[in-house]
Design a protein around this ligand. Structure first.
Ligand code: COA
Length: 165
């Protein structure tokens, strides 16, 4: 994989204002109820929100966000641009964001995911999340149940802490 030129050029960094138009474009092509540019921009001033972007050759190719509240985190966003999926970008975003959230005091991290979203569920399981509950009819457009998934900080791989940004 080290010979993959896109991978060599990919970097994970904290989200900045300059990234937001490209993030919102990925969000709009990915989700039926996308966050607006303002929604992302508002988080820039919130120190309890962690947002990271993957940048490949100057282009935003993915992003993820975690909200921290008391001793819990919520993974609110993760997406990778269509043409850049299956290149390990989501893994690298989580390799950065999850250890940072745990280091900032989250004892566990929750997320919601559409029940039919096999790629995302597989990603989360790979990172040690397991199903903690179901929210019936949680999503609209189309209506669908959400799986609530959770990962405890004790499950986190401490080697990832070397990568804190
Ligand atoms: N089918 C099954 N598993 C998949 C998958 C697919 N099409 N795509 C990713 N995965 C899982 C696998 O477990 C994979 O590990 P593996 O390569 O060892 O099999 C793991 O995710 C990591 O893959 P990676 O290449 O890092 O994922 P990605 O960069 O393609 O991003 C998503 C994965 C889910 C973020 C991406 O598909 C996406 O943006 N989907 C639309 C947005 C979305 O659904 N977000 C989640 C909302 S809750």
């Amino acid at each position: 994989m080290m010979n993959d030129p896109d991978r060599r050029k990919m970097q994970i960094t904290r989200m900045k204002m300059e990234h937001i138009p490209q993030i919102a474009a990925i969000e709009a092509e990915t989700f039926s109820e996308p966050w607006s540019e303002k929604g992302f921009a508002d988080t820039l001033t919130m120190d309890h929100v962690l947002f990271y972007v993957a940048v490949t050759s100057g282009q935003v190719t993915g992003y993820c966000g975690i909200y921290l509240a008391a001793d819990e985190g919520e993974l609110t966003n993760i997406a990778v641009a269509t043409g850049f999926r299956r290149r390990n970008i989501a893994c690298q975003l989580l390799d950065t964001a999850l250890p940072q959230a745990f280091a900032k005091g989250a004892g566990r991290i929750y997320l919601e995911v559409r029940r039919s979203n096999a790629p995302a569920i597989s990603l989360y399981e790979k990172y040690g999340f397991s199903v903690a509950g179901i929210r019936k009819g949680f999503y609209q457009f189309p209506q669908e149940d959400a799986l609530v998934m959770m990962k405890e900080s004790a499950d986190n791989d401490t080697k990832d802490k070397e990568k804190l940004l």
